[in-house]
Design a protein around this ligand. Structure first.
Ligand code: FEO
Ligand code: CA
Ligand code: CA
Length: 653
């Protein structure tokens, strides 16, 4: 590619956390699977859950609470080296919705053109690129069926080498617009038919949300002076969402989409960066999207506050295509991976969130008001008011949620936080001040449906741990040069998601037993993997782990022989990992949703065919992969795959 620097959407190559939080380097012992402790907590068990406010839309849509731990019944698949999706014997995997497929808006259903000649206007009504987090909502609203529903899904970023005829040469305003339209969210209507699952077209629900879709601002930063721009002098409305990574699903039937590496779209080449800009990784060239050259909204010299308007969790009502998405500033401005929602026994909504960069933090939000299972509308403001916390993992296996509240614990005007608006806009800096624990890239969070208050988070990797004066190991991040990542688990005090204290352990250290170096061996029981990222419990309590080994590493170097990215399943009680799916060449596996009967799994294949540079050469778009269209493909396409058991049984059983 012609750019003078390598395009890297992830933005994880830099560490922007240089604060001097407790290094915990005095820690002597890493903590592995202190099962006894957690089982003590689990004994609170089922009764606690049933007496809480779990009679929610999402829970109602799930199978009755499984009393016994589920068991994995499938034969694991080997490492994957082929350019296809592989699932166990007795399962099928069919492509449902790939980049460029029409979303299904009546009268606006342009077909995908394999030469990438669809226009920006057409892209605005077609599937975006690089599918990511995804949720399934049974139709109609509050139903519990498993044959007809909505899928809301993210389109995280673009490969502009594949997106346009001729790639990025020449670079034009139309190409910027097409790239913007290929980001964001799709809402599609899907139905199980005699010919398998199909996208319903046209559909009154079909919708695309992208970088130019108007959104409301809620919470402490609404109207704040740091949120005001020339185009929005009141600081109340933002155009669009981008780099939509993982997701969340609320019990009241809304979809949460999370803005991750948003810094890479902005450019400030004034020669002077503010502390805020530096802390979030903004620089003078961005990540290579080159929007600022054509769309001055992304030029921070001209629009200095525009970057404050990204880095949020956005709530979307998929049942109402006319509804305006809401950016919830109460949940803090970070590089949001996902937003996993649960309801505490007290009825408060709790949202767990990872900030995916090296040495960043894990957050949670607890709503001020309580969830109302009988009044959907009353819940629409639940995420606008509440307390944001950041996690500190102590060496003795205890942990604390530290409140990011203006006026408390040094979050004062004297220390650079004029009000709660500034605390949430500069949430990373507020978290620095509180002494949060610097983690190995927090990705997805999953809440165990069978054990109240038990929560898991993937820490995908951190090759900088212990390197060149960067923070070394601590109890929660126990390996220097952590190339394979780990999964941490905590148990909220009293099984209460709203608690401010927890106990934690390390559920698993990823790695491979045949590694040369001890730090890459890990302690996986069963099928091995590295770089865990996507993480979701199904309705029965099986935990599914999706991997994101970067294209510069996959099946190479320390990962040589491990093949393409993959998905494994584990039942926490047994701890045995079993490989369920492997993807095509150059892809990441990310995004996962189940129907309430757990008999259909929707899984996303992101960036098939991605080369090491993360951008294809437009002259050779099928150099790495032709998935999913095969020999006649003009280019590879991200896609949603439907996985079923051929005998119609429960997935994983
Ligand atoms: Fe978009 Fe951290 O993965
Ligand atoms: Ca991810
Ligand atoms: Ca990742």
């Amino acid at each position: 590619m012609s750019d003078s620097y390598k395009f890297k959407h992830h933005g994880v190559d830099d560490t922007t956390n240089t604060c001097a939080n407790p290094a915990l380097s005095e820690v002597l012992e890493a903590r592995f699977s202190r099962r006894g402790l957690l089982q003590g907590g689990s004994a609170l068990g089922i009764a606690g859950v049933l007496s809480g406010s779990f009679a929610t839309l999402a829970e109602a849509a799930s199978v009755p609470f499984a009393k016994k731990a589920p068991q994995l019944g499938f034969k694991p698949v080997p490492f994957g080296f082929e350019d296809k999706v592989v699932v166990p014997e007795g399962y099928s995997a069919d492509v449902l919705y790939a980049w460029g497929d029409p979303v299904g808006i009546a009268g606006k259903m342009p077909a995908f053109r394999q030469d990438a000649s669809n226009t920006a206007a057409e892209q605005a009504v077609q599937a975006g690129m690089h599918h990511d987090g995804m949720s399934y909502f049974p139709l109609p609203l509050a139903a519990t069926g498993s044959k007809h529903g909505l899928l809301a899904m993210n389109h995280e970023y673009t490969d502009d080498g594949l997106l346009h005829v001729g790639g990025m040469k020449p670079w034009t305003g139309d190409k910027v617009l097409k790239s913007q339209h290929a980001h964001g969210v799709s809402v599609i209507e899907v139905e199980a038919t005699g010919k398998g699952w199909q996208v319903v077209r046209p559909s009154k629900y079909a919708r695309r949300i992208h970088v130019n879709t108007p959104m409301t601002i809620s919470g402490p930063a609404r109207g704040h002076k740091l949120m005001r721009t020339e185009a929005d002098p009141q600081g109340v409305e933002i155009l669009g969402t981008l780099n939509n990574c993982a997701n969340g699903q609320t019990p009241w039937g809304t979809y949460l989409t999370c803005e991750e590496n948003w810094d890479g779209y902005f450019v400030n080449d004034s020669g002077t960066l503010s502390a805020n800009e530096k802390r979030y990784g903004i620089n003078n060239k961005g990540a290579g999207y080159n929007w600022a050259k054509e769309d001055f909204r992304f030029d921070l010299q001209l629009n200095p506050n525009e970057a404050n308007r990204f880095g949020w969790v956005v709530e979307i009502d998929p049942f109402d295509p006319a509804s305006k998405p809401v950016k919830h500033t109460a949940l803090g401005r970070i590089k949001h991976e996902g937003a996993t929602v649960t309801i505490a026994p007290s009825g408060h909504a709790v949202v767990y969130m990872g900030d995916d960069q090296r040495f960043e933090y894990i957050y949670k939000f607890v709503s001020r008001n309580k969830y109302n299972a009988k009044n959907r509308k009353a819940n629409m403001g639940l995420l606008s008011e509440g307390t944001l916390y950041v996690a500190r993992f102590d060496a003795d296996g205890a942990g604390q949620w530290l409140p990011l509240v203006h006026g408390q614990n040094g979050l004062t005007a004297d220390n650079g936080f004029a009000d709660q608006g500034e605390v949430v806009i500069m949430a990373r800096m507020a978290a620095d001040k509180l002494g949060a624990t610097k983690m190995d890239r927090p990705e997805w969070v999953a809440v165990n449906p069978r054990v109240p208050g038990e929560v898991y988070c993937t820490l995908t990797n951190n090759s900088d741990r212990g390197k060149d004066g960067k923070p070394g190991i601590d109890a929660a991040n126990p390996r220097n040069k952590n190339l394979f990542g780990h999964i941490i688990r905590w148990h909220e005090q009293g099984g209460d998601a709203a608690a401010t204290a927890f106990k934690w352990d390390i559920f698993v250290l990823a790695g491979r037993p045949d590694a040369d170096k001890q730090e890459h061996v890990g302690n996986i029981k069963g099928d091995v993997f590295g770089s865990p990222d996507g993480l979701t419990f199904d309705h029965n309590g099986v935990l599914w782990v999706q991997t994101d080994v970067s294209t510069s590493t996959v099946n190479m170097k320390e990962y040589k022989g491990m093949g393409n990215n993959q998905m494994v399943a584990v039942v926490p009680e047994s701890g045995e990992f079993r490989r369920f799916l492997t993807g095509p060449h150059g892809c990441e596996i990310t995004g996962l949703a189940f129907t309430p009967d757990n008999k259909t799994m929707f899984v996303n294949i992101q960036h098939p065919g991605e080369p090491d540079s993360e951008r294809n050469d437009p002259a050779k778009p099928t150099a790495v992969s032709t998935w999913p269209d095969g020999p006649n493909a003009g280019r590879p396409r991200a896609g949603t795959v439907v996985v079923r058991k051929l005998n119609g049984g429960v997935i994983g059983s």
